[in-house]
Design a protein around this ligand. Structure first.
Ligand code: FEO
Ligand code: CA
Ligand code: CA
Ligand code: CA
Length: 654
């Protein structure tokens, strides 16, 4: 029996570890489409025949961007940054950099207080976006996520803990909470190209896991969101585990809440489905912040809320629903420091990775594409009900619209399945309302028969063609026989990049076509695994961050758990994908080569990338470096940081 048949019989999954069904026509499809692909697919011989050539593509007669550099070598365990000759790097705003308030200096021994941490850059920089304040980008706002925290936050070897490994010091828990969230900093570029934080800027702001937030959209105010903090279900505190990011054309930033199950605990034998399906259990990631609940200093359940086990007679007297206020996309207005972040429930509740728009056209709706990063989870899009009008009030754009989940058919077509309670009898059978559907987005998508993917991470949109590229970082739990056409390797240790084109190029299309752009691999793997023919110059594992800059250069970042043959440090590569004609046939003469541009220091993840409008300054984030980066003195504690990359001659980074 196929998995889809299971689901049509109304048997949604309780956990995220179910294996999907075998797709019997998988191999037929992969070999047929190999000859059609325009990407870095199996047609390696064709592609590499044209390697390094980037000419004029056919799309509107526009000249394709051309990469200027040669691949840098990979490295293993080198505690340094590697860029091509002619480029240089600077460190900007590492964890602990003071940005607001009394500008408390970073204390390298971990003794900054909770209050000081709230005035400094948080830990584990991740997705980010540059918002120019002038035409060139000499001044702008850099907005970034602080995904999670490490033991480096605290003095010595880490926080004070009891025999069970749970925290015992409420001030340390508050510091941990304040090391999470989002930072907004004004940055200024001088005439030499150096970028620095404008320390006293009124834009500078920290949003933490305790900052008041508004709930909005169809689930706001629903009984499932009501807590002792807000019995109306219209507000909550904080955002956690913000990984990739999104942006809107009206100038807001979208921080996405990913691994929320790391922060909340639940010790019920049979927790409700909205708890179980998100993977919330008795331990989380071990943060266990509720362990200091009941401390005399606790304000308004600030610690108790992280335990969602019912403890009172009703949901408005405890925090059983607290985690239902997490797992959303959070809209933040970086240019209004007084604004309250808004969680937009219409976009669904999942382990949100990113939320990037497709092509933006005035007078049409906008689609926002969203990966749910977990094994066998799904790819979604939200389509606004309103058409986009530049300059118009956009405050309801992300509250009104339709949420869809993707089904990838084996013939290269695909369908967007509507998560709409009002029109779907199967959803009406299992849920009480659209709010219930949204709180339980994953379960609703199970019922519709969405395609289980190999961990959907970031997505990005080709500015020339409107095609959507999605990274699928890896899935070592996919077993032989469980493949599907869109996820054809089992186990998938190295991940791949898939792309899709909406029918008629419409944001509100309900069908699409797709192909696999790139199979990540180590260079020495057998050809049946190294399907893109990667070499020493461009082997990669676990693609995660992915971003088309407006010139059409595709930047791919890695979060490596996968072995490589010529250097295991995480990296960023670039390619100018062939511009595809309607029949999606490759033209090797327009396909530029995938090249390694940047290698991070030992133990880090390379994540987050954005540029100034003149392309002279690129920002890349280095997360959880393992050595003593960026001090590189062998003894300092490592700090996540932004790295500024620029050309020594002041030209465009390309
Ligand atoms: Fe936080 Fe899916 O990476
Ligand atoms: Ca990350
Ligand atoms: Ca990620
Ligand atoms: Ca990742």
């Amino acid at each position: 029996m196929t998995r889809r048949q299971d689901l049509k019989q109304g048997q949604p999954r309780l956990s995220n570890t179910d294996a999907p069904s075998m797709n019997e026509i998988l191999h037929t499809r992969v070999s047929r489409r190999d000859t059609l692909r325009g990407g870095l697919g199996l047609a390696a011989g064709t592609f590499f025949a044209g390697a390094g050539i980037s000419g004029c593509n056919s799309e509107g007669g526009k000249t394709a961007a051309k990469l200027s550099f040669s691949s840098v070598p990979g490295s293993t365990d080198a505690d340094m940054l590697i860029v091509p000759p002619g480029f240089t790097t600077d460190i900007l705003a590492p964890w602990g950099t003071p940005i607001t308030g009394s500008f408390p200096a970073f204390k390298p021994d971990g003794t900054n207080s909770a209050e000081e941490q709230a005035q400094q850059m948080g830990q584990n920089h991740d997705g980010m976006q540059f918002y120019p304040l002038d035409d060139s980008g000499d001044r702008g706002l850099l907005v970034m996520n602080h995904e999670y925290s490490n033991a480096t936050l605290f003095p010595g070897d880490g926080r004070s803990e009891d025999a069970n490994g749970a925290p015992t010091d409420p001030d340390q828990v508050r510091k941990d909470i304040n090391a999470h969230g989002v930072a907004i900093i004004e940055v200024q570029r001088d005439s030499s190209g150096k970028v620095s934080v404008v320390q006293g800027s009124s834009y500078n702001r920290r949003i933490t896991a305790a900052t008041p937030m508004q709930m909005s959209g169809p689930a706001a105010g629903d009984a499932l969101l009501r807590t002792a903090y807000d019995p109306t279900g219209m507000s909550t505190r904080g955002t956690v585990n913000n990984c990739a990011r999104g942006h809107t054309p009206w100038g807001t930033y979208l921080a996405c809440e990913e691994n929320i199950q790391g922060y909340f605990i639940n010790t019920q034998d049979n927790p409700p489905r909205e708890t179980a399906r998100m993977g919330i259990n008795a331990e989380g990631f071990g943060y266990l912040w509720s362990n200091v609940a009941g401390d005399p200093s606790e304000v308004n359940g600030e610690f108790a809320r992280f335990d969602t086990t019912p403890s009172a007679a009703s949901a408005t007297a405890d925090y059983r629903n607290e985690a239902n206020n997490f797992g959303w996309v959070v809209e933040i207005d970086p240019k209004n420091p007084a604004s309250t972040p808004i969680k937009r429930t219409a976009l669904g509740r999942m382990r949100h990775e990113g939320c990037e728009p497709g092509l933006i056209r005035a007078g049409e709706p906008i689609a926002f594409y969203m990966g749910d990063d977990d094994r066998f989870e799904y790819f979604y899009k939200f389509v606004t009900a309103e058409n986009y009008t530049p300059g118009a009030d956009a405050s309801n754009m992300l509250d009104n619209g339709t949420l869809y989940v993707a089904r990838f058919n084996a013939d290269g077509s695909g369908e967007w399945l509507k998560l709409d309670y009002a029109t779907n009898p199967a959803l009406q059978n299992d849920f009480a309302s659209q709010a219930d559907v949204l709180v339980n987005t994953r379960t609703a998508a199970d019922i519709l028969g969405a395609t289980p993917m190999d961990r959907p991470e970031w997505s990005t949109t080709d500015p020339a063609t409107g095609e959507i590229y999605l990274t699928l970082t890896n899935n070592t739990r996919r077993e032989e026989g469980d493949e599907n056409a869109a996820n054809p390797r089992a186990p998938n240790s190295h991940g791949h990049v898939i792309r899709l084109a909406e029918d008629n190029s419409r944001a509100d299309a309900t069908s699409f076509s797709w192909d696999i752009f790139l199979f990540a691999s180590n260079a020495n793997a057998d050809a049946d695994f190294n399907k893109s023919g990667l070499t020493q110059d461009n082997e990669l594992g676990s693609p995660d961050g992915i971003w088309f800059d407006p010139r059409g250069v595709l930047w791919i970042q890695t979060d490596n758990g996968a072995p490589l043959d010529f250097g295991g440090n995480d990296q960023m590569l670039a390619v100018v994908p062939a511009s595809l004609s309607g029949d999606r046939t490759i033209n090797p003469q327009t396909q530029a080569e995938l090249k390694r541009f940047f290698v991070g220091p030992a133990g880090c993840e390379v994540t987050g990338v954005t540029m100034t409008p003149d392309y002279r300054t690129m920002f890349v984030n280095i997360q959880h470096p393992g050595g003593s980066f960026p001090a590189n003195d062998g003894s300092s504690r490592p700090r996540s940081t932004t790295v500024v990359i620029r050309r020594e001659d002041g030209g465009e980074v390309i």
